[in-house]
Design a protein around this ligand. Structure first.
Ligand code: FES
Length: 62
């Protein structure tokens, strides 16, 4: 699914970037150009990054 129409960047590309260690939206912008000038994808791209980062964290044992 396209997250950023302007730069033609998909969710898979963002997930792959996060799995390579990209954690900040500023770094994602350098790597993939997302979010670009219109910025409409910024919230979705950031949420996707956070989702991957959170899934990598070890779960607390309760
Ligand atoms: S939709 Fe990503 S910069 Fe426009």
């Amino acid at each position: 699914m396209y997250v950023c129409i302007c730069q033609a960047v998909t969710d898979r590309q963002i997930i792959a970037a996060a799995e390579r260690g990209t954690e900040r939206l500023a770094d994602l912008r350098k790597e993939l150009g997302v979010p670009g000038d219109c910025g409409r994808c910024g919230h979705c791209a950031h949420a996707l990054l956070r989702q991957v980062i959170e899934s990598r964290r070890p779960q607390a044992v309760t």
